[in-house]
Design a protein around this ligand. Sequence first.
Ligand code: GLP
Length: 241
Amino acid sequence: MRVIVCETYEELSVTAAKMVASQLLLKPDSVLGLATGSTPEGMYAELARMYERGEVDFSEATTFNLDEYYPISPDNDQSYHYFMQKHLFERVNLRPGHIHLPNGAAADVKAECAHYDQMIEDAGGIDLQILGIGHNGHIGFNEPAGELNDCTHLTSLTEDTIQSNARFFANEEEVPRQAITVGMATILTARKIILLVSGRNKSEPLRRLLTGKISTAVPATMLNLHRDTVIITDRAANDGR
Ligand code: GLP
């Protein structure tokens, strides 16, 4: 696994954005797997700047986001739909019909999950998957557990994640207790993965990942099963491990 250590979060963001742009240069109709959370915000901002400068073109790309809270309406400003619109979709030339996120307002969640997996398969799978990491080692909303699901599924958030994500909501009670997430098997079938790790509070899951041992108790360690993962980290995360 290749680890790129950047001096700052800004450098991490620019490095990641350049890789996404390179992917689109090599394969304009790439299928991109996208992540939310505060870590990729800088990368999305840089991609928007690159788009303004004519340095990246999303016109033929397709995107699939990793996860969405459940239940939540897409126009709720805490939804991942809203996050993606604000940080990327309304700032670049992605075609609306090519953008996919799990529907947090679906009445039939099981059908929604199966449909989401089918759409990823029909698109030919993910070419480049962007990931963040939870400080408990979660990936998407694949939380630490004795067993993990392979495909897209409804999951319950751990107390740890509810507390950590409460910073985005008015208070902890408002954080949805469940989410729809793409499963680890789908993530691991992505042709290339870029994992973004920033900040001192990510040092521990990064350390666990880099031991090379694999455990569902730290879902990020399953990336050791993948053949082409690049970790982009900043000094704060890397030096603390
Ligand atoms: C969230 C998301 C993950 C994200 C992680 C870290 O709950 N479901 O996809 O990677 O937590 O978020 P942050 O980058 O804000 O630390």
